[in-house]
Design a protein around this ligand. Sequence first.
Ligand SMILES: N[C@@H](CCC(=O)N[C@@H](CS)C(=O)NCC(=O)O)C(=O)O
Length: 458
Amino acid sequence: MHVGKPNKNALKVLIAAEYAGVEVKCPENFQMGVSNKTQEFLKMNPIGKVPVLETPDGVIFESNAITRYVARLKTDTCLFGSSRIEYGQIEQWIDFASSDIDSNLLVWLRMRLGLDSYISLVEETSIADFKRALGALNTYLAAHTFLVGNGVTLADIIMTCNLYVGFLLLMTKAFTSEFPHVERYFWTMVNQPNFSKVIGELKQAEVVPPVPHKTTSHDPKPKDEPKTVEKKEAPLKPDEEDVPKTKPKNPLDLLPPSKMILDEWKRLYSNTKTNFREVAIRACGMGAWKGRSTPKRRGTPPPTRVLALRDPSPWTSQRRFHLFVPRRRPLNGFWEMFDPDGYSLWFCNYKYNDENTVSFVTMNKVGGFLQRMDLARKYAFGKMLIIGNEPPLKVKGLWLFRGLEIPKFVMDECYDMELYEWTKVDPSDEAQKERVNQMIEDHEPFEGEALLDAKCFK
Ligand SMILES: N[C@@H](CCC(=O)N[C@@H](CS)C(=O)NCC(=O)O)C(=O)O
C-alpha cells in the first residue's frame, strides 16, 4: 500500500487486514508530496492521493474501497454482516461516517492546522454540522455497542478511524463529554486487540490547536523587478465618458453637520488607558483630573484562558494590560462629545445565546461580526462584551451610529445585524446611561457576571 506516515485512511486498511489475517506492506521510503506526484504513481491514481493499494491483480485507490477489498480477502469474515439488512446498514454507516463525520471534521481540522484559510464562519458551520452528526450517532449508540449486529464490522472500522483524527487532534474531553455514548464506543473500539495493534496507545487532545496567524504578503519587492511600462490609456468612448466616475455619496455624509467628531471620540477611547470612567466618559474640563494619583487599569486583568486563545485579527481583545503613560488631559468625555441630534446609541443583545457553548467559537463569531462591520468604520463605534464564566455565554453590545437610526446600508449588508435585538438608548435615562458607561469601560462584573472578553470596533 502506497502511503506515507499511516494516516486514518491507511489505518482503516491496516485494521481490516488484521481482521482478515493478511499482511499489507507499506514502502518505507514513500515521501508525501514527492512519491505521489510521479508519473508512475499518477498512472495508479490520477488524482495523486494516498492510499493506493497494489495487488497482484491490479490497483485500487480510495481508502474505503481498499478496506472493503482487504476485508474480503478472508471468506468467512463477519466484517460485512450476516444478512442483507446488515449489509445495507453497514453501507449506511460507512456513508454516514464519510459524509457527516469525516467531511465536517476535516474542514475544522484543516483550518486549525493552517492547511486551509481560516474563516470563522466556515469553522462554526462545520462544528455545528459535526455536532449534529455526533448527536445522532450518540443517540443511536445509547442502545448499541456496535454499529451493526453484535460484533465489529467494516462500519466500526471506518467510523472509528474517522473519529480517531478528531480525538487525537481536536476534540478535547470538554467537547466529547457532550456525547458520552460516542466516547464509550470510540474507546471500546480502539481497545479491541486488532485496533490497538495498529493504532497503539492513543491520547485524547488536551487543547484545540489555536487559530493559525494569517499570512500576509509583506515581502519586499525584488530589487531588480522590471520597471512597469506605462500603458497609454485608450481614448474613452463617448458613452464611457458620460458615466460619472465619483462614487455616490453615502446618505450619512449628507446629514446636517454634527458637533460630535467621531474620530475624536475614537482617539480619546484609544488613548485612555487608565481612569477610564473619569477621563473618557464623564470628564468635563481639567478639574476632573484632580484628586486621583493612582492610575487604575481599565477593567480587570484578562482571564488567562482568553490570552491563551490569541485572536490574530485586528479586532484583538481589548482586555489587556496597558502601561500607564501620562497624556494631555482631554477637555471632554463621551457624554460631552455625544450629539443626540447627529448620532444614536444602541444596545444589542444576541438572540441565540443558548448556542454560545464554545468560548473560542463565540469569540470568533463576535470577531467576524466586527470584521464585517468594516464598511461602517467612518460612521460607527462599538463595544461587544462576551459575558459569563460558563456556557452558554451571553453576547451584548453597545453601538454608536451616525444618524438617528441604524444606517440602512449596515442593516442591508451586514447579515450579523439581524442576529441581534436592537434597542435604542435613551440618554435621558440615568440607568441606561450607566449601562453605556459600563459597556465602554468593560466594567466587571457586568450585570452580575464575569466578562470573558470585550472587543471594540473603532
Ligand atoms: N477519499 C480519499 C481521500 C484521500 C486523501 O485525501 N488523501 C490525502 C492524504 S490523507 C492525500 O493524498 N493528499 C494529497 C493531495 O491532496 O495531493 C480516500 O479515502 O482515500
